[in-house]
Write a protein that binds this ligand. Structure first.
Ligand SMILES: Cc1cc2nc3c(=O)[nH]c(=O)nc-3n(C[C@H](O)[C@H](O)[C@H](O)COP(=O)(O)OP(=O)(O)OC[C@H]3O[C@@H](n4cnc5c(N)ncnc54)[C@H](O)[C@@H]3O)c2cc1C
Length: 249
C-alpha cells in the first residue's frame, strides 16, 4: 500500500511558550520541538498498515528547514521516506492542506494518516481539508481502526460520552486520536538508519493565506488564592464567595 503520514513539528509539551515580538506568533528561541504527539499515533498506524499489507510509509511535513529533524524522528520509528514541503513563511491551515494535497494528488495514496490536531495552533482543520481537496473520505478522532487487504476500513471514533463505529473504503484520510495504538520507541538501529533515509524537497506553489493572525496573547495571570478561614466555620463564607464572587454555584 502507498501510505502517507502528515506530521507537524511542534513545541515540546513541557516548553514554556512565549509570544514573539510581533505579538502574532510563538517565540521559538530556546524551545525544543518535537513530532506532534497525535502524529506519533499516525506514524504508528501507517507502520502497522505496512506490516499487515505491505507497501511503504512516507511522512510529509510543511515548514522551514528545521522540520527535517522531525521527519528524521519519524524515520527512526520506521517510516521509509520523507517529503519536506519547504515554506519558511507562515501558512494558514488551508495553505498547509493545499500544499500537501498538491503533492499527494498524483501519488496514488491509499491511506493518508494525520493527527487529530496539531498541538501548536490547534486548528483541527488540515485532515478534512486534505480529504476534500483530494476528493476522498475522511474520518476524524479515530481511536480504533481495522483496514483489510481489500481496503475496507472500520473505524471507531470518540464522541461525547461514547464511541461511534463507521465504515468506509480506502483511499481515505484518517486522523488519529490518542489510544489508537502505542507508538513504538525508536531503537538504536532505527535511529542510525534514519540518517540515511531520503527526504524529497518540494517547493510549493505560491499561496495567499485566507486568514490572518492579528494578535496572540497568553491567558491573564491568575490572582493568588485566598484563605477564607479554617474548618467548618469557614464554610458559610466560602459558599457565599463561590456564589456571589466566583459565580460557580
Ligand atoms: C512555516 C509555518 C509558520 C507558521 N507560523 C505561524 C504563526 O506565526 N502563527 C500562527 O498562528 N500559525 C502559524 N503557522 C500555523 C498554521 O497557521 C496552521 O495552524 C498549522 O500549520 C496547522 O494547521 P492546524 O492548526 O489547522 O493543524 P491541525 O488541523 O490541528 O492538524 C491536524 C493534523 O494535520 C497535519 N498537519 C498540520 N500541520 C501540518 C504541517 N505543517 N505539515 C504536515 N502536516 C501537518 C498533522 O497530521 C496534524 O496532526 C505556521 C505554519 C507554517 C507551516
Amino acid at each position: 500500500m502507498n501510505i502517507f503520514v502528515c506530521i507537524s513539528h511542534v513545541p515540546d509539551t513541557t516548553a514554556r511558550i512565549l509570544v514573539g515580538g510581533d505579538g502574532k506568533s510563538i517565540d521559538p528561541s530556546g524551545v525544543t520541538f518535537i513530532l506532534n504527539p497525535y502524529d506519533e499515533f499516525g506514524v504508528e498506524a501507517g507502520l502497522l498498515l505496512k506490516e499487515a499489507h505491505g507497501g511503504d510509509v512516507t511522512v510529509v511535513c510543511v515548514g522551514g528547514d528545521e522540520v527535517k529533524e522531525t521527519i528524521r524522528k519519524a524515520f527512526a520509528m520506521g517510516a521509509d521516506k520523507g517529503i519536506h514541503i519547504k515554506t519558511a513563511s507562515a501558512r494558514d491551515s488551508f495553505g498547509v492542506a493545499r500544499a500537501i494535497a498538491d503533492v499527494l494528488k498524483d501519488r496514488s495514496a491509499d491511506a493518508v494518516f494525520c493527527g487529530r490536531q496539531s498541538i501548536d495552533y490547534d486548528g483541527w482543520q488540515v485532515p478534512g481539508l486534505i480529504a476534500e481537496m483530494l476528493g476522498i473520505s475522511s474520518v476524524t478522532a479515530v481511536s480504533s481502526l481495522t483496514i483489510d487487504a481489500g481496503g475496507a476500513v472500520t473505524a471507531e471514533r470518540d464522541i461525547e460520552g461514547g464511541k461511534e463505529t463507521i465504515v468506509t473504503a480506502l483511499p481515505a484520510v484518517i486522523a488519529a486520536q490518542k489510544g489508537l495504538n502505542n507508538p513504538r520507541y525508536p531503537k538504536l538501529q532505527g535511529i542510525m538508519a534514519a540518517k540515511k533515509k531520503p527526504i524529497e524537497e518540494i517547493e510549493p506553489a505560491p499561496f495567499e493565506n485566507r486568514v490572518r493572525v492579528v494578535e496572540m496573547t497568553k491567558p491573564p495571570i491568575k490572582a493568588a488564592g485566598r484563605i477564607v478561614g479554617q474548618g467548618a466555620d469557614a464554610v458559610p463564607e466560602l459558599v457565599k464567595l463561590l456564589h456571589e464572587e466566583a459565580k460557580v454555584i
